[in-house]
Design a binder for this molecule. Sequence first.
Ligand SMILES: [Zn+2]
Length: 721
Amino acid sequence: MTNELKNILKTLVLILGVVSALLLSAPNARPAWPQQAREQSPPQLPWMKASMVKLEGELIQKYGEGERARLARGLPQAAKFWRAADGGASAFEDFVRSNFAGNPATLDTLFNRFEHNMEQLDGHMHEIAREFSNQTDLDLGPILPFDEAFAGYDPAAHVVDDSFQNKLAFTVLLNFPLTTLEERLTQGEKWSRRQWAEARLAQRYAKRVPAEVNLAIARAEAEAGRYISQYNIWMHHLVDANGTRLFPPRLRLLSHWNLRDEIKADYRDAEQGLAKQRMIQRVMERIVTQTIPATVIDNPDFDWDPYTDEVKLAAVKDAEGGAATRKTPSAAALNAPEPDARYAQLLNVFRASKKLDPYSPTAPTLIARRFDEDREIPEARVKAMLEQVLSSPLVAEVATLIEARLGRPLEPFDIYYDGFRPRGDYTEAQLNASVAQKYPTAEAYKQDIPNLLMHLGFSRERAEYLASNIIVDPARGSGHAMGAEMRSEKAHLRTRVEKDGMNYKGLNIAVHEMGHNVEQILSLNMVDHTLLEGVPNTAFTEALAFVFQDRDLELLGLAQPDPKNRALKTLGDFWATYEISGTALVDMQVWHWMYDHPDATPAQLKAAVLRIAQEVWNKYYAPVFKKRDVVLLAIYSHMIEARLYLPDYPIGHLIAFQIGEQMEKAGNIGSEFERMATTGRVVPDLWMMKATGKPVGAEALLAAARKALSEVSEQAAGSAP
Ligand SMILES: [Zn+2]
């Protein structure tokens, strides 16, 4: 970084600090983002105001009063992002004079040219990235070091910077409105499709972020990601007071995902499952409270009793540990706790994210960027939906059902209960045999795509069109779908076929990915504006793919699970949504706390996270679990490195139920899928209104859970001796 840049950054951070201090000192100050936005922007150039006044007068003189409103919006938008390096007053004035589209015909031409060229830009960049990743993504033999470098290269990384430098971004900002989420929500319903496309075009340039800031964020995220990815617990080295080892040798579980999944798997261990689950809960609590001894993290050289926190040199050796490369601590330091590293990482990520705030005038906090830009559902609405699930009376009813199934009172780790797994009507071997016979090769699956789509209700013509736009590739991993970004390109379905044919798991994934492909093709090729290509956010993408995946047995010509199994699956989804909703609330509150206390120490952040996790627990879980002050809701690893990502999970569940409910109601999946997928990338509520008649909400999930609960209890009553 040059000294000049450093100074600019310092000044900006200083200004931001003063602004936030002012805001924080106001009683009960809650950020009102759109208004606050304008004040947080970097300072304008001294000559800018005079230039703007001059240009406004000149251009109205030239194009007429009718252009006043557009100028009043466009001029300040362009001015806000103009830096000294972009040119002096005369450069700015010349630019505006020659690039303001002052009559409808020029504006149309400008819009059409941008729409076409942006599709070409995105499409070809995506094409390069896809081709460069072929060797790592596809089953094509060894990956050499340079293949990794190709795969890691993002040709589009500097596109936005370049667009500010060559001033195409300023042309857009001068002519099309940069909107806030509030405007898109309150006025979007009345906008024409062209207006929506204009809004999306302008949003591409809603921020101008210095490379240093992006780099700082990427570094902090990568560092936190590394911290999380090495946070393993060696399970055979967990011992209880009697020295019992509950877990098998060499079992190494990554926090928290593998630990959580082990709790789930332990429901099927009748003998030691409960003891294992309790011990894992204790480990999770030690991690959250940072009372875990630093020596036992990812280290099989020590035995640890998570109840007493006693650490000893390992009495058994089951793996090559880090001892050779590590200093063995003195006896006194053996159980020295991890020094709040978890919270230091989170603070680093927060501080790096905050550096971007001054360059993002329409969403000037990470919280606003997540909700207003990525999700496009206001935070207050998301919070209300999560609380609606958490405080639903159905929670207590499902909890009672779980207790009956477990034959014991609930314990805190039962937030991960997954015993509602439906009993399959077919064995895995039966399913594998059917699939392998039908699809011995990837080519056989490809040939069958039109039939599969017709089976789902697409017309022959549409099914053939869709199939002709899907290229099937052999995946190196389990499979994925890669859509195109321009209409002249095709979507790619990456699927895995073993030597003895496709197995059931492979089919299940292939059908899911095919759902993605169909959505990708419809929402790119058949949407009216390519600037509106896609769906509102990833929750929608996934929900649509699950519509296909849920019907995989049907596509195989086998019967779907019976209603009881479906009801059990719904209850499982409901319980998972209940768990993750509380976790998401904690994530949200923690980010607010960090914005309110930007200078906190890791220890202070830890205290705040523990308090927040306990408060959410005490409010929504303690009444059901009959235990207070549990901190488990703070264990989710994404909370540390994924920057307020967690609310996406519960929102995804809610959206999946809404779309699923509508598909059932409509009957014909094909036409309904097409109707939904061609709406394009408007805000989620508008999309959902058009798709189902209601905005995004929790009602569909709650209705399905209510129905499932009554079906399951009826069945239980009916089958009682
Ligand atoms: Zn998916």
